[in-house]
Design a protein around this ligand. Structure first.
Ligand code: CTP
Length: 402
């Protein structure tokens, strides 16, 4: 996931000696898969826990820990701080955080942080709950926050010492999302966007429902891509198995009717609206309060149309509205008919005759048709990249013309 967005970006990973250090090895592995350019700094204590060899092999990258190892004019703390586009410390112990805040530079990681100029920097505090909740640490983190450090907050859960509470190392996917956010340009800063995603569920009785195969991945990726570029995003989502994107307001709904209610509310204040949800076109006329019991012979379920949310949207003049469609033949003709009928600025068309893309898949390839008659083809790529292309080549273009 989000692999393409970190490709070639220079990420310096600082690792201090939290018990969660093994998760930093996995972070490095994920960053390598994302094709980031990597370098690692270990504190001397971290090196006692996991050898630099492990980081070097997993990240396929140089690993540094000795502040005095000046070689062929390479001065580790200043050269590494100049080299990096992003400096992340994960895990960041209470001790490292306190020293960072005090400007102490008694190891390579701290000296590099002190020499690090005004570029993106990220802390992942990880420690025992009492250490984390101690006002000394809370204040240190808050002060570092005001000095340009972004923070991925620790999670609640079981800790190595047996306690349960806040302090656990967060999911690496969240850290990587934050990295992508920090490294992105922000042409959409301050703009409000609404995205719908996923399937809807239409109740038949209290245990059964009608739904479809939409995974929600495309809509979630678009919400993330918009947020990376600075937009304030609301994601209205039907039931999915996906983790909520960081920094996005997520509104969970079940049925098409609930989705319509949420869209009506948030669309009023949104400049850009992207309707990627696969909304059910029909719902049971009369859902049963109790579980329907089987009986001999056929069973008929009466369905009625749901409201077409997109077609009935109360549009404001300067809004940009983008719809999706899923077609298995006459793609352009069908897509253009919907573009016209639903008064859209652009429509993104999935070719569902192919099994290698769209529904449930990690990848997609789409055609985008604009109301001015032009079109764009986005080559097959992972949905994160397609989403970022959609924002750059479709939404930014529409915004610049509006
Ligand atoms: N949509 C909606 N409300 C509905 C149905 C669809 O808002 N009740 C939106 C979807 O989010 C999507 C677009 O309308 O942006 C899809 O239009 P639709 O005409 O349903 O196209 P298809 O999904 O391709 O369906 P069909 O096969 O019925 O043409």
């Amino acid at each position: 996931m989000m692999s393409s967005l970190l490709q070639g970006r220079k990420i310096l990973l600082g690792v201090s000696s939290g018990i969660a250090i093994y998760k930093a090895v996995d972070l490095l592995s994920k960053l390598r898969k994302a094709k980031a350019e990597l370098r690692v700094i270990l504190t001397p204590e971290a090196e006692k826990m996991v050898s630099g060899l492990v980081f070097s092999a997993v990240g396929n990258c140089p690993v540094y820990s000795d502040i005095f190892k000046v070689q062929e004019g390479f001065i580790p703390h200043t050269d590494l701080s100049r080299w990096a586009e992003l400096f992340a410390i994960a895990p960041a112990t209470a001790n490292t955080i306190a020293k960072l805040n005090a400007g102490i530079a008694d190891n390579l990681l701290l000296a590099t942080a002190l020499a690090y100029p005004d570029k993106p920097k990220l802390l992942v505090p990880t420690m025992n709950t009492r250490m984390f909740e101690n006002p000394v640490t809370t204040e240190n983190i808050a002060k570092l926050g005001s000095q340009g450090w972004s923070v991925v907050a620790p999670e609640e859960g079981h800790l190595a010492c047996g306690d349960v509470g806040k302090g656990r190392y967060p999911e690496n996917e969240l850290i990587i999302e934050e990295m992508a956010y920090l490294l992105s340009e922000k042409p959409l800063a301050g703009m409000k966007a609404l995205v719908t995603a996923g399937p809807t569920r239409e109740r038949i009785d209290n245990v059964r429902y009608i739904t479809n195969r939409s995974s929600g991945k495309m809509g979630y990726a678009i919400a993330r891509a918009l947020r990376y570029m600075g937009a304030e995003v609301v994601l209205v989502t039907g039931p999915t198995a996906l983790r909520a994107p960081a920094g996005v307001e997520v509104v969970k709904v079940q049925s098409a009717t609930e989705m319509a209610g949420a869209v009506d509310l948030y669309s009023k204040v949104s400049k850009v609206i992207v309707m990627a949800a696969a909304v059910a076109d029909y719902k049971p006329v009369k859902p049963s309060e109790h579980k329907i019991k089987k009986s001999p012979g056929e069973f008929t379920l009466r369905l009625e149309r749901t409201r077409d949310i997109l077609a009935t949207l109360e549009r404001k003049e300067d809004q940009i509205v983008i719809g999706f469609c899923a077609e298995d033949r006459e793609l352009e003709k069908k897509a253009r008919e919907k573009l016209e009928k639903k008064s859209l600025d652009a429509i993104v068309c999935n070719d569902i005759s192919r099994s290698d893309i769209a529904f449930g898949s990690e990848e997609n390839e789409v055609f985008v048709y604009f109301k001015d008659g032009s079109s764009e083809h986005l080559d097959k790529a992972d949905k994160e990249l397609i989403a970022s292309q959609l924002v750059k080549r479709v939404i930014l273009r529409l915004l610049s013309n509006s």
